[in-house]
Design a protein around this ligand. Structure first.
Ligand SMILES: [Zn+2]
Ligand SMILES: [Zn+2]
Length: 254
């Protein structure tokens, strides 16, 4: 109401003065709040320096899997790997590269349970994937599931939290129970190349294929390394009759 004194802002100002916010990545005091307050989600929890360290996916990348190419020119062709073995997913898009402060942010988010980072991460993803983002024709948004044992250990599924934040206006399309991880697997980080594919083989299953049949699916995950996990999920979804599978990740390995 005009003319009414805004006590909330004064209290927030006092709080920030007494307890200045610290960056969740580098732990420095955040003095650039204004600069990052244009976030489409919430008040940011990371400083401008760390935010600037998030490297977007270069315009020159494989049109299928997003593998960056060693050129500055934007390109629209597939990489040698995708030509050799066509992935099960139709396209994989990543907002940024899995390095620098983005890598640290994902680590803090996932392993140190700094769940409030999801807002800045989703914010980066929205900006980085625009366009083509939020395909309105997508019927289902599925987070890559965790095995129940891993879920119990970690306490949350980072892909589900990310999907819910990213797609908050379409929450009814975010479904966590259609695709399940039915087999315990060792962390992919322990394996390389072909071994990664073997490690996740038959690790996922669709509970009721009729819910997937002829649906356009967005599969959400935090990191795309070799694509073995995304590919195995997509294979299972396609087998259940999915029409289109788009993989969206926060970051991919270059
Ligand atoms: Zn920082
Ligand atoms: Zn490729």
């Amino acid at each position: 109401m005009p003319g009414l004194f805004d006590w909330t802002n004064l209290l927030k100002g006092c709080r920030d003065l007494l307890f200045p916010p610290r960056c969740l990545i580098c732990n420095e005091f955040i003095i650039e709040v204004q600069a990052r307050s244009r976030s489409v989600f919430k008040r940011p929890d990371i400083c401008l320096n760390c935010w600037k360290g998030f490297i977007p996916l270069p315009p020159a990348h494989c049109s299928r899997c997003g593998q960056p190419f060693q050129t500055d020119l934007p390109s629209v062709h597939t990489c040698a790997n995708c030509l050799k073995k066509v992935p099960a997913f139709d396209q994989a898009l990543a907002a940024g590269l899995f390095q620098g402060t983005l890598r640290s942010a994902i680590h803090e988010f996932k392993y140190r349970l700094r769940m409030e980072l999801v807002h800045s991460l989703a914010d980066f993803m929205t900006r980085g994937l625009n366009p083509p983002f939020y395909p309105p024709e997508a019927d289902l948004i599925l987070p890559v599931p965790l095995h129940w044992r891993r879920l119990k250990e970690r306490g949350f599924n980072q892909a589900l939290l990310l999907a819910n934040t990213l797609f908050s206006p379409w929450k009814d399309r975010v479904r966590y129970n259609l695709l399940a991880r039915v087999r315990w697997t060792e962390p992919q980080i322990k394996f390389k190349g072909q071994e990664r594919q073997r490690n996740v083989l038959r690790a996922f299953a669709v509970s009721r294929p009729e819910n997937i049949l002829d649906k356009s699916v967005i599969l959400v995950d935090d990191v795309f390394t070799t694509g073995a996990t995304a590919n195995e999920c997509a294979r299972v979804l396609k087998k259940a009759g999915a029409r289109y599978v788009l993989v969206l990740t926060l970051a991919r390995v270059a």
